[in-house]
Design a protein around this ligand. Structure first.
Ligand SMILES: NC(=O)c1ccc[n+]([C@@H]2O[C@H](COP(=O)([O-])OP(=O)(O)OC[C@H]3O[C@@H](n4cnc5c(N)ncnc54)[C@H](OP(=O)(O)O)[C@@H]3O)[C@@H](O)[C@H]2O)c1
Length: 341
């Protein structure tokens, strides 16, 4: 008999999440009730934000309880439906769970019926054409108010969101500087993703390096990491510059004791605008972002790198790998469908 394999929380994470914080269980495959539909998950999008739900504290969503299935975005195929808007065979993106089968409904967070284009791999819809691409696009346009000719600095620049943000900013005619954690990633973002320059935050003086390229400072800082990198960028911003608060991964494992920010006065002195955002608030803008990104990818103007882990049982290890900085591009899990279908 087929079962629904699920990854659950075995113990709360206290600093970095470890494989031992997770466990595999099995339950019967759920059946959709009125208004619901059943998804066979194909790809899990591994997201640093999931770390914020693993320690028993509320973090813009309720914490995942011990024994609870891990929440995360996925792309899957509808296999049964009691919802008139979704039919078997439809491919959907939504905030679901790390499990073979998820029950979904019309009000699910980030729910989108996908219209995969020709040769575009479906996996792209969890990354470049999914949350990462849309977050980068909305963040730069809606929050950053990006304009041609500006200097844009992006952190975690070799990652899923950062690599898209940097490439989108290049398409908008900007000078783009990426901040990364290794010389290999620095090489990658310049040679593969077309950034104008790269800074290694572990070895370089970030502010000095930015100001050497853009003496007046950055117009936009797309912040994926917070902490010491944000602190350094505060003294490398142009007057009236905009800081796009996308994420603060350097604090995700330090919830009791986040990295201190000592340069916040620069927000006043430089008359900066600093605004955070969460993609689901701008969900109505995702289709337009996706259409533009699809065009750029098909034209070869934006490159996509994926870090794919196969097998649902390997999801916890893949998530820990993402959080330790060992991945480049979009980290995702390809669920092993063949065993069950
Ligand atoms: N606002 C939203 O709606 C939204 C949506 C999606 C993602 N996000 C945020 O966007 C950020 C990037 O997410 P992603 O999915 O694209 O992940 P990702 O960039 O593919 O992977 C995370 C990267 O963060 C870097 N990192 C890890 N620890 C760090 C530290 N202490 N200091 C500096 N950098 C560190 C690592 O790169 P290095 O090797 O270069 O250090 C790692 O590869 C996260 O903060 C995430 O929460 C926000």
């Amino acid at each position: 008999m087929q079962k629904n394999r699920q990854v659950v929380l075995a113990s709360y994470a206290s600093d970095a999440a470890r494989v031992e914080n997770f466990a595999m269980t099995e339950s019967p495959i759920p059946q959709p009730g009125e208004g619901e539909f059943l998804i066979r998950n194909m790809y899990f999008s591994l997201e640093p934000a999931i770390r914020g739900w693993l320690d028993g504290k509320a973090n813009y969503f309720p914490p995942i309880p011990i024994g609870g299935v891990i929440r995360g975005p996925s792309v899957g195929r509808v296999v049964a439906s009691k919802n008139a808007d979704f039919a078997p065979g439809d491919i959907v993106f939504a905030l679901n769970h790390w499990e073979d089968y998820s029950i979904c409904h019309s009000d699910a967070v980030l729910l989108e019926k996908l219209q995969p284009h020709g040769d575009t791999p479906i996996s792209y819809y969890v990354g470049a054409l999914g949350g990462a691409g849309a977050t980068a696009y909305v963040g730069l346009h809606e929050i950053g108010k990006i304009q041609s000719g500006q200097t844009v600095v992006v952190s975690a620049a070799a990652g899923a969101t950062g690599s898209m943000a940097g490439q989108i900013a290049k398409q908008r005619g900007c000078t783009v500087i990426g901040i990364v954690g290794s010389d290999e990633k620095a090489k990658l973002i310049v040679e593969q993703f077309g950034f104008d320059a790269a800074i290694n935050y572990k070895t370089d003086d970030i502010a000095a390096a930015v100001l050497a390229i853009a003496p007046e400072g950055a117009d936009i800082y797309f912040d994926n990491v917070g902490g010491p990198v944000l602190n350094a960028m505060l003294v490398a911003m142009k007057v009236y510059g905009r800081i796009v608060g996308c994420g603060m991964i350097s604090d995700y494992n330090r919830t009791e004791n986040p990295n201190p920010i000592t340069n916040l006065w620069e927000v006043v002195a430089r008359q900066l605008t600093m605004q955070g955002f969460l993609l689901f608030t701008y969900h109505d803008q995702v289709p337009a972002a996706q259409a533009q990104l699809t065009e750029w990818i098909n034209q070869g103007k934006i490159k996509v790198i994926e870090h794919i882990t196969k097998g649902i049982a390997n999801t916890p290890a893949a998530f820990c790998e993402l959080m330790s900085g060992k991945t480049t591009g979009k980290a995702l899990v390809e669920v092993d469908l063949i065993e069950l279908t």
